[in-house]
Design a protein around this ligand. Structure first.
Ligand SMILES: Cc1ncc(C[n+]2csc(CCOP(=O)(O)OP(=O)(O)O)c2C)c(N)n1
Ligand SMILES: [Mg+2]
Length: 792
C-alpha cells in the first residue's frame, strides 16, 4: 500500500489531525506525570529541578491505552454510545488520569486540578508522590471500576458490568501478559453467558504490545493464525490492527472499530428485534502496537520502544547522565505541547471539543460509580421462611435450604429491577440453595440437551466452574450498582483470596472518596463446611477464609456463623440490605438441629453473641462458660453441657453462642465489638471459658487477645486433622467433640480437680468405644448420631 493510500480511511484530515493531537496530549500528560514536578508546559528548557526525585510509574502500556481512549471518544460521539473503559494493565494509570483530565472529568471531581498551567503542574506532581495518587488505576481514578494493580480481572469485570445493562458497551483492554493469568484465560468464556438481547456488549482488545516486565508474552510469539484460531475457539470473531505509524493507525483503527461496532449493533438487533436466540460470535480486536509507542527508541544504545525495556520508566539516570535529561526533553517536545495547550495552559478548545460531554465521558459514566445507580434491593419478609421450632433441637433442617427459599423470593421481588444475581461455581444446588433456580433459571447461551435442567438465556443464577469468574462477575456487577450473592464450598473459596483482597482495598479507599457512592455489599455464603465433608474428605476441609478476611479493615469486613436456619435467615436479610461491606456467612447444609425461634434468632443476631439461658444453669455466676460459634461446634457444646449434667451435676454452666464473630473483638477495634463491660458480664472474670469454634482456634485468641479473662479462654477448633470419616469422628480427630469439651470443662474448674482423673478415664473409654464402633459399623454410635437436646 502506498503511504498516501494507507492514510486514507474513515477519518477526515481534520478529524485525524485532532484525534492525533488529542492522543499526543494524553501521551504528553502521561510522560509528564511520570517525570516532572515543574515546568509543566515546557515553557523553558528542562532542568534537573523540574524532574521528580523518584521516577515511578509505567510508560510501556500507556500510549496504547491512550490511543484507544481517543478512538472510544470518537465512537461515543458519533454513535451516542454509553461506554465504560476497563483496562487490564492497570499500571497504565497515568494514561487514564491524563484522559479524564483532558475530557474535564478529572477537574470536575478534583477542582484543584484546574484546566491551566497550575492544574497540570499539580496533576504531574501528585502522581506517585507520597500521599498523592497511585500509579495504577485505582478508586481515585474517575471512570475506573477496579484496583488495577493485580492483573487478570479486566475481562471478567467487563462481563460483570455488562450483565443486565443492555445499553452499555464495555471496552476492555486485556494486556498480553495479563492474558497469561488463569482468571483472564477463563474470562473469554463470558460470552457463553452474555445475552445480546438483555445484556450489554463487551468489546475485548487484546493489547499485543509483545512484552510483560522483562519477557515476551506467549500470545505475541505464536503465529498470528494460531492466535486467531484461539480467539475463534473461544467463540469470538477476531479483528486485527497492527502498525506503528500514528496517522495510518488512526485511520485503520477507525475503520476496524466502525466494523466492530456495526457487528455489535447487528448482533443486538438480531437478538432484540428479530428474535434470534443464537449465541453470536462477538467481535474482539488483536491490537499489535509497540510497547512504549512514541517513546524513546534507544537509550544508552539499547532499543527501548517496542521492547520490554519500555515497561516502566524508560530511562531514569537523569541526574547521573546529562543526555538522559536531553532525551526526556526531546521526547516530551516531540508531542508539541505548545500546539496542544494555550497560553494559560488549558487544553485547546478545538481538541478538547472532540471529547464526549457530560455523563457520556468515560470518566463520568455513572456505571463506573455504581453507587450512583444503586437501587435498594427488595428483600421480602424473611420471617415467612422461618423454621417452626417445636422444642429446642427437636427439628432437623438443612439451614441453607431455607436461605435458598429466601433468595428465590428476593429474586422474584426484583425481577422487574433486574438487579440481583446469584453466583456459584456449580454449587448452588449442592449447597442446597436450589430453590432459587427454577424461577430464575441458570444463565446459559451455549448448546443445550434434553437432559439439561433450568438452563436459560435469561437465567439469573450464574454457574461456571471457576471461583474466579463467580467472584469477578459479581464484583463487576456490584461495582456497576447492582446486588448479588455468591455461594461456595468453604475450602475452595481460597481460590479467590487475592481477588477479595483487591475488592476490600477498593471498598476501604472508596469510603474516603466523597464522589464515590457506596455500592452493595459482596455477600458470601460458605457451605459444604469443614465438619461435614462426608463425600469428600481432607481436600475439602479448610475453614481458613475467615482468617484471611480478618486481616482486612474492620470497617469493611463482617463475619457471621449462624448456628441454625433462623439465625441464617436473619443474618442473610441483614447482609443483603447492607452496603459497602464484605459479608461472610458460614453455614452448614446438612440436616442439623434447630435451636432458636425466628424472634429469638433476630434478637440473638442483633446482639451478635449472647447467653443461651435455656441451655445454662448458672443463675448469674457460672463455674464455667461453654462458648460456641458455628453450627457443628454449637451442637457439640450443647451435647457436652448435657454430659456435664451427669458428670458434675452441681457444676454451674453458662452457654454462650457467638453468631457475629466480630462481636468478640473490642469495640475499639471493630464497630461490632462488644463494649468491655458487656463482654465481662458474659465472660466473667476468673471464669474458665471452653470455646468450641468452627474454624482455626487462633482466630478466637486473636480476636479476644485484649479482652479481660483472655488467660482463661481455651479454644477448640479445626487443627488440620481430617480424612473421609463420620461427622462425629471429624470432631474427635480435632478434639472439638462433646467428650473432649466436657472433659475440658471439668479440668478447667479448680474445685473439680479431684474428679479430673476419673473424667480422663471416662473420656478415654468414650473415645475408644466411639472409635471401635465407627471402625466396625462405618457410622457414628446411635446415641451420638440420634442425639437430641433433652426436653425438660
Ligand atoms: C497477578 C499479577 N502478577 C504479576 C504482576 C506484576 N506485573 C505488573 S505489570 C506486569 C506485566 C504486564 O504485562 P502486560 O499484561 O502485557 O501489560 P503491558 O505490556 O501492557 O504493560 C507484571 C507481571 C501483577 N501486577 N499482577
Ligand atoms: Mg504487554
Amino acid at each position: 500500500m502506498s503511504e498516501a493510500a494507507s492514510k486514507q480511511g474513515p477519518l477526515s484530515p481534520e478529524q485525524l489531525a485532532k484525534m492525533n493531537a488529542y492522543w499526543r496530549a494524553a501521551n504528553y500528560l502521561s510522560v509528564g506525570q511520570i517525570y516532572l514536578k515543574d515546568n509543566p508546559l515546557m515553557e523553558r528548557p528542562l532542568t534537573l529541578d523540574d524532574v521528580k526525585p523518584r521516577l515511578l510509574g509505567h510508560w510501556g502500556t500507556t500510549p496504547g491505552l491512550n490511543f484507544l481512549y481517543v478512538h472510544w471518544n470518537r465512537l461515543i460521539r458519533e454513535r451516542d454510545l454509553n461506554m465504560l473503559y476497563i483496562i487490564g494493565p492497570g499500571h497504565g494509570g497515568p494514561g487514564l488520569v491524563a484522559n479524564t483530565y483532558l475530557e474535564g472529568s478529572y477537574t470536575e471531581v478534583y477542582p484543584h486540578i484546574e484546566q491551566n498551567r497550575d492544574g497540570i503542574k499539580r496533576l504531574f506532581r501528585q502522581f506517585s508522590w507520597p500521599y498523592g495518587i497511585p500509579s495504577h488505576v485505582a478508586p481515585e481514578t474517575p471512570g475506573s471500576i477496579h484496583e488495577g494493580g493485580e492483573l487478570g480481572y479486566s475481562l471478567v469485570h467487563a462481563y460483570g458490568a455488562a450483565f443486565d445493562n443492555p445499553n452499555l458497551i464495555v471496552a476492555c483492554v486485556v494486556g498480553d501478559g495479563e492474558a497469561e493469568t488463569g482468571p483472564l484465560a477463563t474470562s473469554w468464556h463470558g460470552n457463553k453467558f452474555l445475552n445480546p438481547a438483555t445484556d450489554g456488549a463487551v468489546l475485548p482488545i487484546l493489547h499485543l504490545n509483545g512484552y510483560k516486565i522483562a519477557n515476551p508474552t506467549v500470545l505475541a510469539r505464536i503465529p498470528h493464525a494460531e492466535l486467531e484460531s484461539l480467539m475463534r475457539g473461544y467463540g469470538y470473531e477476531p479483528f486485527t490492527l497492527e502498525g506503528d505509524d500514528p496517522e495510518t493507525m488512526h485511520q485503520q483503527a477507525a475503520a476496524v472499530f466502525d466494523k466492530m461496532l456495526d457487528r455489535i449493533a447487528a448482533i443486538q438487533k438480531a437478538a432484540r428485534e428479530e428474535g434470534s436466540t443464537e449465541r453470536p460470535a462477538w467481535p474482539m480486536l488483536i491490537m499489535r502496537t509497540p510497547k512504549g509507542w512514541t517513546g524513546p527508541k534507544f537509550v544508552d544504545g539499547k532499543p527501548v520502544e517496542g521492547t520490554w525495556r519500555a515497561h516502566q520508566v524508560p530511562f531514569s539516570e537523569i541526574r547521573e547522565k546529562p543526555d538522559h535529561l536531553r532525551l526526556l526533553e526531546e521526547w516530551m517536545r516531540s508531542y508539541k505541547p505548545e500546539e496542544l495547550f494555550d497560553e494559560k495552559g488549558a487544553f485547546r478548545a478545538e481538541f478538547a471539543d472532540i471529547a464526549p460531554k457530560g455523563r457520556r465521558r468515560m470518566g463520568m459514566n455513572a456505571h463506573a460509580n455504581g453507587g450512583l445507580l444503586l437501587q435498594p434491593l427488595k428483600v421480602p419478609n424473611f420471617r415467612e421462611f422461618a423454621v417452626k421450632i417445636e422444642g429446642r433441637g427437636q427439628v432437623d433442617a438443612e439451614s441453607t435450604r431455607y436461605l435458598g427459599r429466601l433468595l428465590n423470593a428476593v429474586m422474584n421481588a426484583n425481577k422487574e429491577q433486574k438487579n440481583f444475581r446469584v453466583f456459584g461455581p456449580d454449587e448452588t444446588a449442592s449447597n442446597r440453595l436450589g430453590d432459587v433456580i427454577p424461577d430464575a433459571g441458570k444463565a446459559w447461551m451455549a448448546e443445550t440437551l434434553p437432559v439439561d435442567e433450568n438452563l436459560s438465556e435469561t437465567g439469573r443464577v450464574m454457574e461456571i466452574l471457576s471461583e474466579h469468574m463467580c467472584q469477578g462477575w459479581l464484583e463487576g456487577y456490584l461495582l456497576t450498582g447492582r446486588h448479588g450473592f455468591f455461594s461456595c464450598y468453604e475450602a475452595f473459596i481460597h481460590i479467590i483470596d487475592s481477588m477479595v483482597n483487591q475488592h476490600a482495598k477498593w471498598l476501604k479507599v472508596t469510603r474516603t472518596i466523597p464522589w464515590r457512592k457506596p455500592i452493595a455489599s459482596l455477600n458470601y455464603l460458605l457451605s459444604s463446611l469443614v465438619w461435614r465433608q462426608d463425600h469428600n474428605g481432607f481436600s475439602h476441609q479448610d475453614p481458613g477464609f475467615i482468617d484471611h478476611l480478618l486481616n482486612k479493615k474492620a470497617d469493611v469486613v463482617r463475619i457471621y456463623l449462624p448456628p441454625d436456619a433462623n439465625t441464617l435467615l436473619s443474618v442473610a436479610d441483614h447482609c443483603l440490605r447492607s452496603k459497602h461491606y464484605i459479608n461472610l456467612i458460614v453455614a452448614g447444609k446438612q440436616p442439623a438441629p434447630q435451636w432458636l425461634s425466628i424472634d429469638e434468632a433476630v434478637a440473638h443476631c442483633t446482639t451478635g453473641l449472647g447467653v443461651w439461658k435455656w441451655a445454662s444453669n448458672d443463675e448469674g455466676s457460672p463455674d464455667v462458660v461453654m462458648a460456641c460459634c458455628g453450627d457443628v461446634p454449637t451442637m457439640e457444646a450443647l451435647a457436652a453441657v448435657v454430659l456435664l449434667r451427669t458428670l458434675a451435676p452441681d457444676l454451674k454452666v453458662r452457654v454462650v453462642n457467638v453468631v457475629d464473630l466480630m462481636a468478640l473483638e473490642p469495640s475499639s477495634e471493630h464497630p461490632h465489638g462488644l463494649a468491655d463491660e458487656e463482654y465481662d458480664q458474659i465472660f466473667p472474670a476468673k471464669t474458665p471459658v471452653v470455646f468450641a469454634f468452627h474454624g482455626y482456634p487462633a482466630v478466637i485468641h486473636r480476636l479476644t487477645y485484649r479482652r479481660h479473662n483472655h488467660d482463661n479462654l481455651h479454644v477448640r477448633g479445626y487443627k488440620e486433622e481430617g480424612t473421609t470419616t463420620t461427622p462425629f469422628d471429624m470432631c474427635v480427630l480435632n478434639n472439638i467433640d462433646r467428650f473432649q469439651l466436657a472433659l475440658d470443662a471439668i479440668k478447667r474448674v479448680p474445685r473439680l480437680a479431684a474428679q479430673a482423673d476419673a473424667a480422663e478415664q471416662w473420656y478415654s473409654e468414650s473415645i475408644q468405644r466411639h472409635k471401635l464402633y465407627v471402625a466396625e459399623n462405618g457410622d457414628d454410635l446411635p446415641e451420638i448420631r440420634d442425639w437430641r437436646w433433652p426436653q425438660s
